[in-house]
Design a protein around this ligand. Sequence first.
Ligand code: HAM
Length: 417
Amino acid sequence: MSKIQKIKGVADMYPPESTTFAHLEETARKVFSRYGYQEVRLPLMEPTQLFSRSIGEETDVVQKEMYTFPDRKGRSLTLRPEATAGMMRAYIENGLYSPGSVHKMFTFGPMFRYERPQKGRMRQFHQLDVEMVGATEPQADAELVLMLSTYLRTLGMRQLTFEINSLGCRTCRPRHRAALDAFFAALPGFDELCDDCKRRAASNPLRVLDCKVPRCRELTANAPVIEEHLCADCAGAYAEVQAILAAAGVEYVKNPRLVRGLDYYVGLTFEVTSTDIGAQTAVAGGGRYDGLVAQLGGPDVAATGFAIGMERLALLVPPVGQPAPDFFIAVLDPAAPSPALALAQELREAGLIGETGFASGSMKSRMRAADRSGARWCLLLGGQELADGGVTLRDMHSGEQRTLPRAEAVALLAGRG
Ligand code: HAM
């Protein structure tokens, strides 16, 4: 029979990566709850329209990367390429809005984008997604960045760069757009732009600044930057976020070309980058997206958030080991397996980690298994111990050995002795 293999761009995850993922999730729960965030779980499939309406028709994600298919009744469904759109759909659908209140939520899970797989870039990848709805203040953006920084530092990460930019609002965006239109109209090498950029120069010129093609970047090196066109409110908010980050000791660099790959952003945007994950430098990205909830049929409420790419983060955090076992029970008598299992059960209920060998194999191989297990203690159960209700305890560090009544041995290992 031919073997069936996994599809391109997805991964089977085993330790140590799966252990690292669990650690990333547990640390997120701990850190984010201090900031008032609650965990939610949302569907992986959504109506296609949700993404085209929020992420934007002109984006790579919507144009080239979505897993979209008809269901059996012909309705167009899409495997979520990101979480924000679904988070806002759920926020609206579950009636979470109440005037003046701030709603903080986060979620983990797989996302799907049909991209060319490489190190740190998968077709099924995982995000840790955080959203805050209802706060208009720049302090909310700053708090979000501070929380991200705290989370990454709690994980032991130091070498990170926070890049920030402001994309302006409904007042400043048209001014920047007009400046970009004038720039492209007068650009001598316009024909040398890639086909995507030529089209986007007309439909959504901000997107051109995000193009990764080197020639496009050269040609647009002097394109007008939005900061020069920010209205007083946006400029003030941007300055305030920077002041808070500086006061908190979070280092950042301003990147006027940081426009992000999704169309819903306004105001502050940010990315965390690292040079240690090959070509895929962005570990996390986010920003403000006031207007999206209204665009999806909900109230006109402000919102801001970010998502971390968990595969990329896992490449950067110090490895998390499995805890070493506390005990290994070596069965030295054919009658011992059942008492050994009962003893193991008692130790595990007391919170200890360990294994029991079963009766098969030679005496030598059973002792070797005890050695290989890396356990702190080896408990020997032979004929004598069974007869006396005792157990022989070997300290695997010192090699010392003594025989104790079983209850005493359990109490000793559980730290109650
Ligand atoms: P994004 O920048 O598209 O933002 O994705 C966030 C992060 O997901 C990226 O920085 C990267 O680490 C990771 N990522 C994206 N694509 C892949 C891939 N193909 N393979 C591995 N990792 C990947 C968003 O998705 C926004 N929804 C973030 C947000 C939340 N904005 C506001 N709230």
